[in-house]
Design a protein around this ligand. Structure first.
Ligand code: ADP
Ligand code: ADP
Ligand code: MG
Length: 484
């Protein structure tokens, strides 16, 4: 194999994660940086560093023309896009391919077909994969939205077809709420995603977000690497994920049926890389397709831990037309349990990003722990980048072991000089219902009182800052609850 020059079109923890696989496979990782990132941690893992000109994300990490020029100038063989930024941009992938540069991701047709929540629902329906009741095409007017809502009954969700990252959706409980929200969601969709199109979906109450990891090659073989439960969310964004799902438990028939549905959809779209099929599962264990993410996902490490398969390496191998690490579904097995907690620079009161500079940083890693992060002393979390700065991942033969390891790791993680969600993560991981595996996407709003009790029972008088943050977490959750 001739070593390839692989450009990582990303930054932060995912750029480091991708660089590690590139190095392990004997290729050359090449990193990007902007004028604000001269000391970025991800550059330490890259053999060469290329500077992006410009002051905004639009001019730098989202600027496909500039990136293509750099590729040509520096004889880049392949590009890994990470997540976010240009990772789900079909025209970027197409441009690279037209210029004989390998895109380490699925073919542009698959990105395009799955990039739109209406189009992908149509495809899923055709492939006989159950979809959430509601519209499978864009809803042109508020009248049409109300008509569909009447058929599927309230509550419903107005959702941006181009949405992502939990943005551009609003729950409506009545006709008047649809009227009040329709244009607002359209406007939000236009400003965040450059496209105002909406769909109407039945809002499933007390659901689980359960997704299936897919790995497919260019010869039509599609494999699944089991499920991840990602129901601990705030603002429709995940903060704690685990695999296998405690809700599916040892119901192997259900597990097989959701995994096979994901494989069926991936086959229907001729998928040829790592990807994730997301489902929403009701209390009755019926599941419905939500969307497909045609990229490596934030929470991929928990799947790597329980299967022992390196997803990023396999993504690279497929793109370079090399065989995967396995050739039969039977070779992929669940071994133990893994849990991930996302560490975010956020204000515990508003749960909104809280940029700042990290002055103090230390952590301990023991057997079964993995810390994917981009943190160093002096690191500035800028408002224009994602506030997620790291992921603590624990693996254990049992869920209890993994949970204990994760709690201990978070106890020993010190990030000083800025606000983070570490206390909130610790409360959840120690709370009874979470410990018992009994939770849905409504967990945070349903557990305000319990979190309050837990917070005060563990209050340490010497640690005033911890008390402050506990108090503000409670008030922010209460506010959220009151708004519902
Ligand atoms: P995951 O499903 O992997 O947890 P998220 O939905 O949290 O992924 O998104 C992963 C990253 O991609 C986040 O940084 C998020 O802000 C970003 N992202 C996802 N979808 C979009 C989108 N449509 N537009 C802009 N950013 C997005
Ligand atoms: P995004 O592209 O922003 O990730 P998703 O469609 O994947 O959007 O939804 C994100 C989250 O929003 C889900 O994990 C779930 O918590 C909630 N959600 C989305 N659709 C529904 C639905 N129809 N019913 C209930 N909750 C939903
Ligand atoms: Mg999603």
């Amino acid at each position: 194999m001739t070593p390839k020059r692989i450009l990582i079109c990303n930054r932060g923890e995912i750029a480091i994660r991708v660089a590690k696989s590139i190095l392990e496979l004997g290729h050359t990782p090449i990193g990007l940086y902007t004028e604000y990132e001269l000391n970025a941690f991800h550059l330490e893992f890259c053999t060469e560093h290329l500077k992006l000109d410009g002051h905004t994300n639009r001019d730098t990490y989202l600027n496909s023309d500039q990136i293509l020029k750099l590729c040509q100038l520096h004889k880049i063989d392949a590009v890994h896009p990470g997540y976010g930024f240009l990772s789900e941009n079909a025209s970027f992938a197409k441009k690279l391919i037209e210029n004989n540069i390998i895109f380490i991701g699925p073919n542009p047709h698959a990105i395009d077909a799955m990039g739109d929540k209406a189009k992908s629902k149509q495809l899923a329906t055709k492939a006989q994969v159950p979809v959430v009741p509601g519209s499978t095409a864009e809803v042109p007017s508020v009248e049409e939205a109300i008509k569909i809502a009447k058929q599927i009954t309230y509550p419903i969700l107005l959702k941006a077809v181009a949405g992502g990252g939990g943005k551009g959706m609003r729950v409506c409980n009545s006709e008047s709420e649809v009227k009040a929200n329709f244009e607002t969601v359209q406007r939000e969709a236009l400003s965040s995603f450059n496209y105002p199109g909406l769909i109407v979906e039945k809002y499933i109450t007390n659901p689980h977000h359960i997704e299936v990891q897919i790995l497919a090659d260019k010869n039509g073989s599609v494999f699944h690497l089991f499920e991840r439960e990602c129901s601990i969310q705030r603002r429709h964004q995940k903060i704690i994920e685990e695999s296998p799902s405690p809700f599916i438990g040892d119901d192997m028939t259900l597990r097989n049926s959701i995994c096979q549905a994901a494989v069926k959809l991936a086959k229907a779209v001729q998928y040829d890389s790592a990807g994730t099929v997301e489902f929403i599962m009701g209390e009755d264990k019926k599941f419905y397709f939500l969307e497909m993410n045609t990229r490596i996902q934030v929470e991929h490490p928990i799947t790597e831990e329980i299967t022992g398969i390196d997803l990023v390496s396999n993504m690279i191998k497929v793109a370079l037309n090399e065989p995967l690490d396995f050739s039969h579904q039977d070779q992929i097995k669940i071994r133990g349990h893994a849990i991930e907690a996302r560490i975010c620079a956020e204000d515990p009161v508003s749960m909104l990003p809280a940029p700042g500079t990290i002055h103090d940083f230390s952590y301990t890693i023991t057997t079964g722990l993995r810390f994917d992060h981009c943190i160093y002393r002096g690191y500035e979390v800028r408002p224009d980048f994602d506030p997620m700065i790291g992921k603590m991942i624990a693996y254990g033969i049992t869920r209890t072991t993994a949970l204990r390891k994760l709690c201990l790791a978070l106890d020993q993680l010190i990030i000083g000089g800025m606000l983070t969600n570490i206390d909130l993560l610790k409360f959840i991981l120690q709370e009874k219902d979470f410990k018992n595996g009994h939770y849905t996407t409504h967990y945070l709003t349903q557990h305000v009182e319990k979190i309050k009790l837990l917070a005060f029972s563990t209050f340490d008088e010497k640690n005033i800052s911890s008390l402050k943050s506990v108090a503000s977490i409670i008030s922010s959750i209460t506010n959220e609850l009151e708004q519902k």
